[in-house]
Structures are given as structure tokens and as C-alpha cells.
Design a protein around this ligand. Structure first.
Ligand code: FPP
Length: 280
């Protein structure tokens, strides 16, 4: 039996701010269609919304923000749309580089980033490195990302270590498995926001969303503003998070709870490959 009881983060005094927000930025295509433009123009306007919401989250004191910018399944979109998205990503990284560094944001990327084209890697890789010691908000871009794929990749790495005799399979527990998931380096998601009116997870952060509060809104991503973010934060504040318990009582200090409480150290830079974040 496992005791899967993550700590409740009280946030700023007097309010409950989600420590980690994840966003499915949906609705770019429909937004473009509604004004008779090609889908790519929706993505371009969506990039402006990314800038707005990153800034708003940083100003609000959110510790970690994870954006679903490109899924593993998105490679199946028309080539022109994939090219446009890669170009927008490069432009975003180029234009926001100074903003990211000046505001002490730590940029991370999760997903099969080896699949990204050189034009993106040329700007992404140095920025990941340059910002790795920053102590402000952690901005994670999920790129060529799929939750199932992440779990499969982690399993493969653990299996290889077991075959090499470095790992005893009977020692694989939730915390060890979690440590092999790069998306979990910033801890579980507290609040998932999905724009665009659909109510699904779409293979995003499957492990980290286990106890997340889900917030779906009809706004199309390019129209998302600070006011919409505030509405999501207000809805989060009204939720009672129980994590399988009866009510929001103080957590029992099980060994796993104690381990979890001390684990997520955002200031520890990652080594290459599997994310390292355990404090002790
Ligand atoms: C989903 O909308 C959105 C995407 C697949 C891409 C998201 C990309 C951006 C917001 C811009 C680039 C990213 C960054 C980080 C600068 P959709 O195209 O599926 O919309 P639809 O459901 O209306 O068709």
C-alpha cells in the first residue's frame, strides 16, 4: 500500500495560490477560423498570449508554470503548420531571452526535444543553460511531449539500469519512478487550465496531474488575458483539496509525506538526462 499524500501548499498569506500551474493552450485554430485567417495566424496571436500569461504568473508569484506548446502527436499536423509552430517557438525564445534572464526565470524543456529542428535547438539549448541557476519562476515548455511517452521513456531508463545491475527492481517505488520523470522535477501540478472549451487532458503530464484541480474555460487561447487567469486562480481558491483524505486536516506524517515535503527543490539545477531534484 502506498500513501500518496502530497503536501498542501498554502501559497501567499490569506490566499491559496497554486504552486505549479499547467496550461493546455487550446483554441488557436478556431480563433483564426473565426476571423477568416489561416490556423498559423491563430498560433502567432497565441504566442502573444503566452507572453502575457507568463508575465502574469510571474508577477502573481507562481513558482512553476508548465505550458503544453507542442505535443508528440502534433508532428502529425500539416507540414506547413509544424514549420510555422517551430518558427514561432524560435521567435518567442529569441524575443523573450532578455525578459527571461532579467526576471530570473528558469527555463526548462520536457519532451523528446531531440526531435526539434536545429533552428529551435540553436536558441533553446543555450537559454536552458544560461537560465539554469535562476531562482525565480520555473517556466517549463512541453515540446514534442506526451505523458505516455514520458512514462515509457522513464521505464526504459530504469529497466536499463536494472539490467546493468545498478538498480534492484524491488526497490522501484513511487518516489524513485517519479524521479525518473523530467516533468516531475518541479513537483505535481496544483492547477491545470485548459482553454478552448474542450474538457480533456490530451496526454499532458499524466503522472503530475494525479491530484491537480482541473479548470476548463471557453476562452480561445489567443484571447486569454490576466483577467481570465485571475478567474482560474479564484476558482482554485474555492476548491477543497483532499488528496483522498476526509477533509483538509493536517497531513499525517507518513514517511512518504515527509519525503515529498522536502523533495521539490527548484533551485537545484538539473544534470543532463534524468532530472535531479532530490534534496537528500
Ligand atoms: C492548440 O490549438 C495549440 C497548439 C497545438 C500549439 C500551441 C502554440 C502556441 C500557443 C504558440 C507557440 C508556443 C510558444 C511557447 C511560443 P489548436 O491549434 O489545436 O486549436 P483548435 O483546437 O482551435 O484547432
Amino acid at each position: 500500500m502506498t500513501w500518496y499524500v502530497p503536501p498542501v501548499n498554502p501559497g501567499v498569506e490569506g490566499e491559496r495560490l497554486p504552486r505549479h500551474i499547467a496550461i493546455v493552450m487550446d483554441g488557436n485554430g478556431r480563433w483564426a477560423h473565426s476571423i477568416g485567417q489561416p490556423r498559423t495566424s491563430g498560433h502567432a496571436t497565441g504566442s502573444q498570449a503566452v507572453r502575457r500569461i507568463v508575465t502574469a504568473c510571474r508577477k502573481r508569484g507562481v513558482e512553476a508554470l508548465t505550458l503544453y506548446a507542442f505535443s508528440e502527436q502534433n508532428w502529425q499536423r500539416p507540414t506547413a503548420e509544424v514549420h510555422a509552430l517551430m518558427g514561432l517557438l524560435r521567435d518567442f525564445l529569441e524575443s523573450e531571452r532578455r525578459e527571461i534572464l532579467d526576471n530570473h526565470i528558469r527555463l526548462r524543456a520536457v519532451g523528446r526535444i531531440e526531435r526539434l529542428p536545429p533552428l529551435v535547438r540553436a536558441i533553446l539549448d543555450p537559454l536552458l543553460k544560461e537560465s539554469q541557476h535562476n531562482s525565480g519562476m520555473v517556466l517549463t515548455l512541453a515540446l514534442s511531449y506526451g505523458g505516455r511517452e514520458e512514462i515509457v521513456d522513464a521505464t526504459r531508463r530504469l529497466a536499463a539500469r536494472a539490467v546493468a545491475g545498478e538498480l534492484d527492481p524491488s526497490g522501484i517505488d513511487e518516489s524513485l519512478f517519479e524521479a525518473a520523470l523530467p516533468s516531475m522535477a518541479v513537483g505535481p501540478v496544483d492547477l491545470l487550465i485548459r482553454t478552448g472549451g474542450e474538457q480533456r487532458i490530451s496526454n499532458f503530464l499524466l503522472w503530475g496531474l494525479a491530484y491537480a484541480e482541473l479548470y476548463f474555460c471557453d476562452k480561445l487561447w489567443p484571447d486569454m488575458t490576466d483577467v481570465d487567469l485571475e478567474a482560474a486562480l479564484a476558482a482554485y481558491e474555492r476548491r477543497e483539496r483532499r488528496f483522498g483524505r476526509v477533509c483538509n486536516e493536517p497531513l499525517a506524517t507518513s514517511p512518504i509525506t515527509r519525503k515529498r515535503e522536502s523533495r521539490f527543490s527548484l533551485s537545484v539545477p538539473e544534470a543532463s538526462g534524468v532530472a535531479l531534484r532530490a534534496r537528500g
